[in-house]
Design a protein around this ligand. Sequence first.
Ligand code: C5P
Length: 304
Amino acid sequence: MPAPSVSVRVPAKVNVQLAVGPSRPDGFHDLANVFLAVSLYDLVTATEAAGLSVGVEGPGSEQVPTDDRNLAVRAARLLAEHHGRPADVRLDIVKDIPVAGGMAGGSADAAGALLACDTLWGTATPREELLAICAELGSDVPFSLVGGAALGRGRGERLTELPVGGEFHWVFALADGGLSTPAVYRECDRLRGAAPVAAPEPDPALLGALAAGDAAALAPTLANDLQPAALSLRPALAETLAAGAAAGALAGLVSGSGPSCAFLVDSAPAAAALVAALAGSGHCRAARATTGPAAGATTIDSHA
Ligand code: C5P
């Protein structure tokens, strides 16, 4: 008999709007963060074991720590503490979401580990408690659990689900190497200097375009306040964005803190054509076609 195990699939995200407010006393920034989950997934498998361990495979996995800094390990530990039980589990993560790519890969692994362990251990944690544990693990982790589309307020952890009227096609240009999220926020603060920063607000035109499922209307509203900082730290991203625009994207932007770039296109064939153009452009490591909204963390296999 193989040991009981549970596998959970968790999506990447793109921030269609990321409005960043002034830096707060706790070092975080208040956000208006419009998340859209996209069909690029990590797989997290939790298997009954004595003690807690993790293995990571897939592109960039050598950059992911396998000690207590690993977000999936922290998630399992926090859930175990919450229920006063030992954190006995083997976690195996198969990465397809780029590591440190601005697509919430680490957050996805944390949300996946939480759901997988909760099912494996039979702890049946109420949704609200799971979401609170997610928020403790990181600002983007609640959204990885929920998926779909949502507005994140506070540091991004306070979610309101958003209606989406259709499927959007996105192409991602994946970069070599990652960018550190704290470093990108610091650069954003440095570039802003002493200038006053407005309170972050969602763009009604963008929310309307999402609700209508209208890619042509969504394109001109895409906005990321972290983009100047990501471009400052990684100037070559300007060429990646230009390559996508020249190859026919409706619009493009840096995804979250980068360095992945996201391009909105109007159809699956347009996405395939853009993938081919970007892959041969020399401006990215790889290009991937996706659709959004995608479902949040989902159990796909359970032998618990
Ligand atoms: O919450 P999370 O661990 O994902 O955040 C990583 C880092 O990103 C934080 O330590 C902080 O430097 C920055 N951050 C921020 N404001 C936010 C979210 C993240 O400054 N709203």
